[in-house]
Ligand binder design. Sequence first.
Ligand SMILES: Cc1ncc(C[n+]2csc(CCOP(=O)(O)OP(=O)(O)O)c2C)c(N)n1
Length: 659
Amino acid sequence: MNFEALSRAATEARGLAMDAVQASQSGHLGLPLGCAEIGAVLYGYLLRHNPDQPRWINRDYFILSAGHGSMFLYAWLHLSGYDVSIEDIKHFRQLHSKTPGHPEFGDTPGIECTTGPLGQGVGNAVGVAMAAKMAAAHFNTSDHRIFNQHIFCLAGDGCLQEGISAEASAFAAHFGLDNLILIYDSNAITLDAMARQTQSEDTRKRYEAYGFDTQEIQGDDMQEFLDACNIAKERDNGKPQFIIIHTVAGKGIPEIEGTAKAHGEAGAKFVDAARKRLGLPEEHYFVSKETREYFAEHKEKLLADFARWEKTWEAWRQKNPEKARALDDAIDKKVPQNLLGEIPAFPSDAKLATRKAGGEVLQPIAKAMPNLISGSADLYGSTMNYIKESSDFTRDNPGGRNIRFGIREHGMCAILNGVSYHGIFRASGATFLVFSDYARPAIRLAALARLPNIYIFTHDSIGVGEDGPTHQPVETVSAVRLIRHLDVIRPADPEETAGAFVAACERIDGPTLLSLTRQNVPMLNEIDVKLRREGVRRGGYIAKQESAPLDLIILSCGSELQHALAAAKELGAGTRVVSMPCMERFNREAEEYREEVLPKKCRKRVAIEAGVPEIWYQYVGLDGKVIGLHSFGLSAPGGEVMKEFGIDAQHVIDAAHGL
Ligand SMILES: Cc1ncc(C[n+]2csc(CCOP(=O)(O)OP(=O)(O)O)c2C)c(N)n1
């Protein structure tokens, strides 16, 4: 390792962070300055990556969980030769730049995950590490190892204080993810104060207790850091690796370094003097010729490594054409053409909960999509999403497609995000809908990063029954519908459930949440099977066409569509029933289609859902009525709770008469 060149690069990376934060008058200096030597060793020497092909499938990952330190990433990506220019760095935190305040997946080449909400990146890194293990199990052969990645994650006190890091780390150790190297930037400060004012646990012991191997070193000693990383990389002992590194936040600005003031932009007013002291020239955004040459040379080495891997890759492809095709399809996120056709029709007299129907629908889908994985947060018995043709993912069986996440909903969803960032497996996971609140921050990030995750969330209303209001979603369905880019599908019967699963698999530009019942629902045979299955794709469709001039529209979804259909029978030939399993899909349809389903001229409208009513007013308008819930649920058999709250056909009829 060329210490002189890398020390120089660290100084210049500090300069870039200072200049960008000074120019934008915002941002975070503490981490980019404190961790500059870490960046130099990783990007200047250790990481196996290809700046010309940022999505190379066998690259090492670097995930910055402490996303507020984004200038760390932008500086090192720039120096490494990614498509992040000095101009981009000059536009740090500006409108439509490649260098937003926190790293955003998809905006910037080389950014692996969207991070910023502290701790999420740790969960993502665990997910990437799990996916890397799975990829090796599915695709490596005894002759060719095309996957052998290491996943580095840099996390601060904030990330490790957040509960999600506990969930994800415990999972990583239990499942033996020894390809994960978690680097703890222990700089003794957080945003407001010195870290000791809010934490006194022994973090090293904590990680040992999870089952990590731990090391502890000083942050500015590049040799020590390199040695620690090499030990961590070589151990391969079934234990994830934890490196505590004592750094000085804001190093290089003496007025603030090592204090909480170093965390954010407070140091910006001292940077002119600091730059001088560091030996940087007057010129801002300075990168020396020597540093440029060093990284150009280093890139040549990286490309030579990459070319060596490509040879193995080619040989592997030649020898394993079927595996190669499967991997290509997985990377391209290909979904089998006639997935719906793979799912047999349900008997017309079936009486199933949609969760049960989902479990049945999942089996042929899993057969057709070998890259689909399906986890549950200790609720397979209830969520019914176990892939029967596969087995459990374990440390000894990393090819298993069923993930037992334990009771770790937040961890599960952050880990699913990591699997999707890795880009080979289609990630799905399950729990009770009401616990989506435990996982919401990770679901929100999946939506923001447009990850094609599938959430199989069951027990979706007061129909849950005896478990009572703690377990009965009331506001939850609407709450998840409010997350942008998240499709929420609440199918009404088994056939709509088939349509919902297929729609979720076919959607690759964002996540889908399937909201399924605990309780049985009738088959809605009066709606054609094909219509039930395919109608879901459009989000809303005419389930029952009026047979006289249109006079009234009843809208519903999920377990309440049956009441809409029953009420329509009493309300005359001019009544139309619209099934609305997915508002987001319907709202994306063309104006003409929406007008065809919900013509503006018909303003007599009633909606019914066993949940809070507000979201339905977008369809029923000021003249319409919504039958819904205005309080939490009750503990009693589900049917009785529904009755107690007036979720039935009679209330629809009464509401329609009152319009
Ligand atoms: C979930 C979450 N809560 C709060 C914040 C706001 N925040 C950003 S950085 C930070 C302090 C983090 O301290 P540390 O991890 O030690 O970072 P350092 O000060 O070392 O850069 C806080 C509270 C956040 N980004 N995410």
